[in-house]
Ligand binder design. Structure first.
Ligand code: FDA
Length: 582
């Protein structure tokens, strides 16, 4: 063996999952190496919708501002347009990504961050820079080949793709963040449910100034329905904004039974012209690629000292924009656990909670994304596109919606409702933020899980029920606003208490001393560290002032107690020992 490097964590893959893990571990002071197959990061725009939960991770890392600088803001993401072509007739619009005035309040109240749109080729360098600034080592052109694990660590064989030399890297833990065709997941034999290759799609990235067709109805997504423009199908294409309003990505279907599909620049240009509906504007094709719609998730996501994440464990279409976001959140879940175990502040069993907490999410988001594709059905039906295979008839059926008769009234109503129903793809705030964990790393306080008062997919519901993400409230620090999320996280556990909660401080000080921990204590209330400026913390905390919340580094509630009575105080040391597997 030629073991050239030793490190604590070897990360395979530099996508959103791998790089975020590296950035977080580095910020926690954990040595890590990232190996990645190609000579650079993502070379195409790929994922783009960046939801509040991912932005909160970037905020915790201190890179939120850099992301915002490069991103398109929420306000420009707001109109999902359905049309016959960009230059042609419009079928309807849906306020999306929280831009309906009523929904805007939900989004604004839920988080100190905002949803935004940043293409993956602009996001990845920001995350990598954060990792490298804090000491991570990136090895490009380095392909993971195989691994062996034993009781103390993992030895990975990698190949330098420039010299073809093969050598080994020894690590205490290995992260498989190597994407939808994960070799790491295959090598450790992860089991999967669902199906790969359900349908075929092509991406066409191109430059074209479309200002005159889009600037008055700004959006990131324009859906074009064009019967007859592909053989035998409904002909739905997606024109996606990459940069306003001159860099774009078109997603167009192809028949997967044809096998491997090449797309020539000429064919790409013709598709662009068809969907735009104007052949007078110059087009520059940047790249074309094909991908398949998958509906597949891992039912186990780790083995021994190897943990997989991102597309390696959840493979699904881009609907709802969940791919990169969920990958970032996988990273937020595992990174602090690895750091605490490596620092001797937690037992290795804590790592088992990664699977317990993230496996159900993998399944949930894959199913949600695939359901969203199926939920275009009512739009097609309302337009009469499913009653026939004849494109001329389809076009006639679409045109009938303009008539003045009872059938047309019904058709218009069906179309209006079908478009609104797509909120399950474009305003699915609950799917993004309602992740409540149940595992060994959460100490249940015996209260039942709070019911959702509105649809749990569409609406986020704040709660401090153990396992949920800490609710966001603006507090005051010397009169300045600071979020509850800002006073927690950054690799540490934080205990929040208020007036009358002094005894919690004694308990935490003792625990810190006995176990070599550095749990922070923050007090909220009149005359304490942070003021409840707007009185909203009192509404949200669901405990009395003297009670406490213990917040994990990934901003989920690990323990809560209603007050500082002796029976409650006694529970905390045992809960922390159990949460951290000490
Ligand atoms: P990701 O695939 O980003 O990263 C995998 C990493 O592993 C890469 O750095 C790769 O080089 C590396 N790697 C793989 N095998 C390796 C090996 N053997 N050794 C070393 N390194 C290895 N999503 C969306 O919402 N909208 C979209 O339009 C698109 N479009 C799109 C286009 C294309 C071409 C792809 C590939 C993907 C998309 N996606 C997308 C999906 C989205 O990009 C995806 O969900 C996230 O990137 C997942 O992040 P990961 O970090 O898990 O994997």
């Amino acid at each position: 063996k030629d073991i050239r490097y030793h490190t604590d964590v070897l990360i395979v893959g530099s996508g959103p999952a791998g790089s975020t893990t590296s950035a977080l571990l580095s910020s926690y002071g954990i040595p890590n190496i990232v190996v990645t197959k190609y000579n650079w990061l993502a070379n195409t725009p790929r994922a783009h919708i960046t939801n509040q939960r991912a932005m909160e991770v970037f905020r915790d890392l201190g890179i939120e501002e850099e992301v915002i600088e490069k991103a398109v803001p929420q306000e420009l993401m707001g109109n999902n347009v359905f049309c016959e072509s960009l230059a042609g007739e419009e079928l309807g619009r849906l306020y999306s990504w929280g831009n309906h005035p009523q929904r805007m309040a939900d989004y604004t109240m839920a988080s100190p961050t905002k949803i935004c749109d940043i293409p993956q080729d602009l996001l990845e360098p920001i995350i990598m820079a954060s990792a490298a600034r804090n000491g991570a080592h990136y090895k490009f052109d380095t392909e993971y080949i195989s691994l062996e694990q034993d009781e103390d660590g993992v030895t990975a064989t990698v190949q330098d793709r420039l010299s073809s030399e093969t050598y080994q890297i020894r690590a205490k833990y290995l992260i498989g963040a190597d994407g939808g065709r994960s070799k790491v997941a295959e090598d450790i034999g992860l089991p999967y449910d669902g199906e790969m290759g359900v349908a075929g799609s092509m991406n066409i990235v191109f430059k074209m100034d479309l200002t005159k067709y889009v600037a008055h109805r700004p959006s990131v997504l324009y859906w074009v329905l064009q019967p007859g423009s592909n053989v035998g199908g409904i002909g739905m294409g997606l024109v996606r904004m990459v940069r306003p309003w001159n860099r774009w990505l078109i997603v167009w279907g192809y028949d997967i039974s044809e096998g491997k599909r090449e797309v020539s620049d000429q064919e790409a240009k013709e598709i662009v012209q068809k969907l735009v509906g104007d052949d007078s504007i110059p087009i520059e094709i940047e790249s074309t690629s094909t991908w398949t719609v998958n509906n597949c998730w891992a039912t186990e996501i780790s083995k021994g000292r190897v943990f997989c994440m991102g597309d390696a464990i959840h493979r699904h279409p881009p609907s709802n924009g969940l791919g990169s976001n969920t990958s970032v959140q996988d990273a937020f879940n595992i990174a602090w656990k690895l750091a605490m175990v490596l620092k001797g502040q937690a037992g290795a069993k804590l790592l088992e909670s990664y699977s317990e907490e993230r496996t159900p999410i993998a399944k949930q988001i894959v199913q949600r994304a695939n359901k969203s594709i199926a939920e275009f059905g009512p739009i097609f039906e309302s337009l009469g596109l499913t009653d026939t295979n004849d494109p001329i008839e389809m076009l006639n059926n679409m045109a009938k919606r303009k008539e003045n008769n009872l059938t047309a009234i019904e058709q218009r109503e069906k179309l209006r409702k079908a478009i609104q129903f797509k909120s399950y793809e474009f305003n699915c705030h609950g799917v993004e933020l309602n992740q409540r964990y149940q595992s060994k790393a959460i100490s249940n306080d015996g209260t039942p899980e709070p019911d959702y008062s509105r649809c749990k997919e569409l609406y986020y519901q704040a709660t401090t029920w153990p396992g949920a993400r800490i609710p966001h409230v603006w507090l005051g620090e010397d009169g300045h606003r600071i979020s509850t999320l800002d006073i927690c996280g950054k690799g540490k556990f934080t205990l929040l208490t208020g007036i009358g909660g002094e005894k919690w401080i004694d308990v935490i000080n003792r625990i810190n001393e006995n176990h070599g921990l550095n749990i922070e204590i923050k007090t909220i209330g009149t005359g304490l560290d942070f003021e409840d400026l707007y009185g909203e913390w009192a509404d949200q905390r669901e405990i009395s002032e003297s009670g406490c919340l213990l917040i994990r580094p990934d901003l989920h509630v690990a323990f809560r107690a209603n007050d500082a009575q002796p029976d409650q105080l006694e529970k905390l040391p045992a809960a922390i020992k159990s949460i951290l597997s000490l």
